[in-house]
Design a protein around this ligand. Sequence first.
Ligand code: ATP
Length: 365
Amino acid sequence: MAGILLEDIRKSFGATQVLKGVTVVMQPGEFLSLVGPSGCGKTTLLRIIAGLESADAGRVLVGGREVTGLRAADRDIAMVFQNYALYPHLTVAENLAMPLIMRRLTAPQRLPLLGRLMPGTRARRAEVAARVAEAAEALRIGHLLDRRPAQLSGGQRQRVALGRALVRQPRAFLMDEPLSNLDAELRASTRREIVELHRQAGVTTVYVTHDQVEAMTMSDRVAVMMGGKLLQLGTPREVYEHPCDLRVAAFLGSPRINTLPVLAGEGQVHLGPLALPVAAKAPPGARLTLGLRPEALCLGGPRGLPARVDHLEFLGAELLLHARLEAGQVSIIARLPVAEAAGLGIGASVTLAADWTAALLFDAE
Ligand code: ATP
């Protein structure tokens, strides 16, 4: 298995600096998600690993071997895109076999059609057929092998695209939002399939997504990028529970983390007239931002925050309570079990208690 090292990767398009020195060390077999707001450079970084784009500066190593100057075809890395990129005129079996054939043939232009074009010995043909069957079984598309892409659903097409990456047994997988064209249910099941495939094959995987649930549930580690820089790299729990700064805290989690302007005190912080039991490492009087996730709030409690209900959003098992704190007239969102909020209406006075041990403090600057 091969780890991936990205060393100080820089890239500009014209005058726009898109990657400003990104360094990532990936362990062999690791599943790493790249997340960050649209335009932060995730796809560009992935394309640089694949060799589809060249970096202006920096190095890419796969399995200890520098591949920075190599063509995509020589890197032994498989990439799965959002839009499947299947050959429409070939069957599923032929689509799956294609990467194997392309790789072994020195003159791919001699390939008119696959029936005639499995070149070489019978043993070689048998090997290709065995690998195709293996990938088809892993992805449960064995019954679709004779169909063409137009005769498949979106989810089936994406499984064929994954299968095509799988047959090659590459040193690394790169996936760029591979599930974003699928509906919610298929997305969830394909997500589990990818996790299972990764568990079985153990191939180092870099996964670009804007879906936090995907990033959190699938990954060994999550890399949070913003503005062409890597802000934080850690396990899903680390980046969620201990974000390195307010940008990361605000990017991860839906609804967004609540932020309250507070002043540091002795062993507590002050929100207007209220003293909150959160110890700050800052000198008394320093301006801080207190971060409280919506799920860290509940109704009631002696040291709660008095608030007035603005709006209620019913989610099914849970409910989002949007309220305005009396102290400072700050908006706040609490995620509550529906039963807990029974009988509450807009304009009601409530007290919001918090799990203060889960509170985060950030420098207001
Ligand atoms: P998204 O989540 O929207 O896919 P991303 O984080 O993957 O975004 P990139 O696709 O890497 O972002 O793009 C980063 C920036 O580089 C964007 O501002 C984009 O417009 C710009 N960019 C990407 N490719 C090119 C290109 N070939 N020429 C010029 N600018 C480009």
